[in-house]
Write a protein of this length. Structure first.
Length: 114
């Protein structure tokens, strides 16, 4: 499977989680936790964010809610890359930022809100 095909497959696999992520993103922003919520989609143990689902019970993916600030504190995003990240961050009213860890590696995806 080529990378573009795999990317589309990944997007399809994450689709059932979009409403939950959109609802959680709204809470993160409304409570002034962060203007930049990030959801971590993974299939292994992760110690980042707050677990929203665990893959064993809810399907193939585990989803954790995190923020730009936590990504910086854990040195996933370096301080000198914060402004670049913010400029690439899509409209949070329309999209959900997902950091997906899969066989493709680690990548940021922006999924349309349901």
């Amino acid at each position: 499977m080529s990378n573009p095909e795999r990317f589309l497959q990944l997007e399809k696999e994450l689709k059932p989680y979009r409403k939950m992520m959109a609802d959680a993103a709204a809470i993160v922003r409304e409570k002034d936790v962060s203007e930049f919520p990030i959801f971590v989609a993974h299939q292994q143990e992760m110690e980042i964010g707050i677990a929203l689902t665990e893959g064993k019970n809810d399907g193939k993916w585990s989803i954790h809610a995190s923020t730009l600030e936590e990504f910086v504190s854990k040195q996933i995003i370096f301080p000198e890359k914060i402004e670049e990240f913010k400029s690439n961050y899509k409209d949070p009213e329309k999209t959900i930022c997902v950091f997906a860890l899969s066989e493709l590696g680690a990548q940021f995806l922006f999924l349309a809100k349901p």
